[in-house]
Design a protein around this ligand. Structure first.
Ligand code: AMP
Ligand code: GLY
Length: 433
């Protein structure tokens, strides 16, 4: 089987690597990929929906696996299916579960999936009046896509007013902030929970912990994710049943009942456990990043088999096996660096998740020789003169493996110290309990 993975980051690398080690797969292509993924599988430069379709046809691929949300919400799956190309991922209408937080929250309220108290606003003044009225801390969320950075967790009314202004008036995430969801701030254990689904049956994946905030001790702004690990300390049959029964199945079936179409692919649920109730903070229509980097290495069943069963709608026949090993991912991000123009300093870039510089040479990758350590590449590029350079906010994912969380953590941190680039920054508390 020939597989095309559509992604450009660390998650895409993890998916491509999984297929590369899959006995049912002969060749893996990744598009657009990046210079790090290209060390492992062939990367092509198809970026638009038309280019991706053309590539899939030209290469006669047997399966396409979509990593990120934007091609899904644009409708890439519809386009490929029209040409009868097998693809894993929801169609455009079903991708609304990630494309609009307001839609999903209202659906949850309608069908009884637990969510924090919330209201939806299109008018900033009404949003502020609501914040003043409710008298509890809130989270202000851009309705549309914002690369994982569109939810602003607030403590005071002042912070919430500012968040409303930034999303709705300054439009820091463009039209994604035309509508906001204002939600009660919850306190509890947060988990990332994923299922494969063919629209009818679900196969749960192991539980992962993502670290969303930029700095240690969960300080700083939300990011796409600064690290993660799996298995989660709460993972087990009881939690899996609870989430499947209270959230995953009702949501997938409720969506089909409302829209008359199945939700197929992967459903990602960001959950906050409050007194044994799994509250849905967000739904996404894809694998998480960095969660994929710690969950996929645990998958023992070929991903190609699971993918075909999702597509054929026979997932209920599938027994999926997972390893009990621990995997822990520390993200090396682009931190603070000097802004230079014509050889002169122009101040500073604050670094990810704010503005960051690019093009800093990465060294030390060759020193990582540990069999229990895998590097998944995210924001990297290859330049003729400098070799491998930084090209994004999250640069690489250093994943350690171990029989215990501590072992996996020790491997990841020992190896990340071998890597250097200007402004390298990472959290030091991933998996610290
Ligand atoms: P979201 O984009 O909705 O996943 O939110 C991003 C992050 O913000 C989550 O992973 C949580 O850490 C935090 N968050 C979102 N909603 C809430 C909430 N209602 N209460 C507390 N924290 C939240
Ligand atoms: N790790 C969060 C996300 O993938 O959205």
């Amino acid at each position: 089987m020939k597989v095309l993975v559509v992604d450009s980051g660390g998650r895409g690398h993890a998916i491509a690597w999984q297929f590369k080690n899959d006995s049912g797969v002969k060749e893996v292509i990744c598009t657009p990929g990046n210079a790090g993924i290209a060390r492992e599988v062939r990367c092509e430069n198809a970026r638009t929906d038309e280019e991706i379709l053309e590539l899939a046809k030209k290469e006669k691929v047997d399966l396409v696996f979509i990593g990120p949300e934007s091609p899904l919400t644009r409708g890439i799956v519809n386009i490929l299916l029209e040409e009868k190309i097998p693809v894993v991922g929801p169609i455009k209408r079903a991708s609304i579960l990630e494309g609009s937080k307001a839609y999903t929250k209202l659906l949850c309220r309608e069908i009884g999936v637990p969510v924090a108290e919330f209201e939806v606003f299109e008018d900033p003044q009404k949003a502020k009046d609501y914040v003043a009225y409710v008298k509890y801390p809130v989270v202000v969320k851009a309705d549309g896509l914002a690369q994982g950075k569109g939810s602003i967790v607030c403590l005071t009314n002042e912070e919430a007013f500012q968040a409303i202004d930034r999303l709705m008036i300054e439009k820091i995430f463009g039209d994604s902030g035309n509508t906001v969801v204002i939600e009660k701030r919850l306190y509890g254990a947060e988990i990332s929970f994923f299922v494969f689904t063919d629209g009818e049956s679900i196969v749960p994946m192991p539980v992962a912990q993502d670290y969303k905030r930029a700095y240690d001790n969960d300080e700083g702004s939300n990011t796409g994710g600064m690290g993660g690990y799996s298995p989660h300390r709460l993972e087990g049959e009881k939690l899996t049943r609870l989430v499947c029964d209270k959230v995953a199945l009702p949501l997938i079936r409720g969506f089909t009942a409302k829209e008359g179409i199945p939700y197929k692919g992967i459903l990602y649920m960001g959950l906050m456990l409050v007194e044994d109730t799994p509250n849905l903070l967000e739904a996404n229509v894809r694998l998480g990043d960095p969660e994929a980097e710690v969950i996929l290495p645990r998958l023992k069943t070929p991903l190609s088999d699971i993918s075909l069963q999702i597509i054929k709608g026979v997932l209920s026949e599938k027994k999926v096996e997972w390893s009990s090993d621990y995997f822990l991912d520390v993200v090396a991000a682009q931190g603070r660096t000097r802004q230079m123009k014509d050889g002169r300093s122009k101040g500073w870039y604050p670094g990810y998740p704010g503005r960051y510089g690019k093009g800093y040479a990465i060294s030390g990758i060759e020193n990582v020789e540990d069999n229990n350590c895998k590097i998944f590449f995210a924001g990297v590029n290859m330049l003729e003169k400098k070799g491998l350079v930084t090209d994004g906010g999250r640069v690489l994912h250093v994943v350690g493996k171990g029989k215990t969380l501590l072992e996996a953590r020790t491997v990841a941190y020992k190896n990340i110290e071998l890597i250097q680039f200007e402004g390298i920054r990472y959290r030091t508390d991933i998996g610290k309990e």
